[in-house]
Design a protein around this ligand. Structure first.
Ligand SMILES: NC(=O)c1ccc[n+]([C@@H]2O[C@H](COP(=O)([O-])OP(=O)(O)OC[C@H]3O[C@@H](n4cnc5c(N)ncnc54)[C@H](OP(=O)(O)O)[C@@H]3O)[C@@H](O)[C@H]2O)c1
Length: 204
């Protein structure tokens, strides 16, 4: 199986690439330098050259706070970039796996969300990721949308690393206490699409 991974040097992308390579799959890891997903022609060219069976789309504009003032760029990457990849995937009949987020919800639920719950994103990041989902749902005939939350792993910045670093420097830490989430380990998360993309269990 041939797999193209976007965001391949990101926190999740690195573990996805490593895991798929361990399975002796032919993997094309794409970082921003080798494939800027906002460039539609480059997406088409790269995907038509490699002809992957599956695209695992981990690249995203993930700076949640910054997105509030960098609106165009957040949509450009999370919505338009996703569209560029899906359109190219469809041309070669590749399956498309889009990594999405709990930020598509408003966070008001007191119980866990289901795949079929209505979305209601509150932030630019959440709205731009939801726009990416909508484009995937309307343009791909073989898609998986995997919503995750609060990702942490060995690579990149995350809450765990920030706390460990602050813990070394400060005797007492002050942290918000009005936010609840489900931390997700990148290695566990990477294992999920590995199983999923080998099925026809399309949808969210
Ligand atoms: N982190 C979380 O807590 C969390 C929670 C829920 C869902 N997710 C989702 O999980 C996925 C992976 O997140 P992550 O934590 O691994 O994010 P990450 O570490 O920020 O990695 C994202 C990657 O996307 C790349 N990228 C950004 N713009 C690009 C462009 N125009 N062309 C090509 N590559 C581009 C970034 O490259 P540069 O470094 O060059 O910008 C980066 O390597 C994302 O879809 C994210 O929305 C993450």
């Amino acid at each position: 199986m041939k797999i193209l991974v976007t965001g391949a040097v990101g926190q999740l992308g690195r573990d996805v690439v490593a895991l798929f390579e361990q399975q002796s799959m032919e993997v094309l890891p794409c970082d921003r330098d080798s494939l800027d997903i906002t460039d539609s022609e480059a997406c088409l060219r790269r995907i038509q050259e490699f002809t992957p069976d599956v695209i695992i789309h981990c690249a995203a504009y993930t700076a949640v706070d910054q997105a509030e003032t960098d609106i165009d760029q957040a949509y450009q990457v999370n919505a338009v970039g996703t569209r560029n990849l899906v359109v190219a995937a469809e041309k070669i009949s590749a399956k498309f796996c889009y990594i999405s987020t709990d930020y598509v919800f408003d966070g008001q639920s007191t119980t866990g969300y289901h795949e079929y719950d209505n979305t209601n994103p509150q932030s630019i990041y959440g709205k731009s990721k939801r726009a990416g989902e909508v484009l995937v749902q309307s343009l791909s005939s073989a898609y998986f949308i995997v919503r995750t939350s609060w990702v942490y792993g060995l690579h990149g910045n995350n809450f765990v690393k920030t706390m460990l670093k602050l813990g070394k420097d400060k005797p007492v830490l002050q942290v918000v206490n009005d936010q609840k989430g489900s931390p997700t380990y990148t290695v566990d998360l990477a294992a999920f699409p590995l199983d999923l993309v080998q099925t026809a269990q399309y949808g969210i």
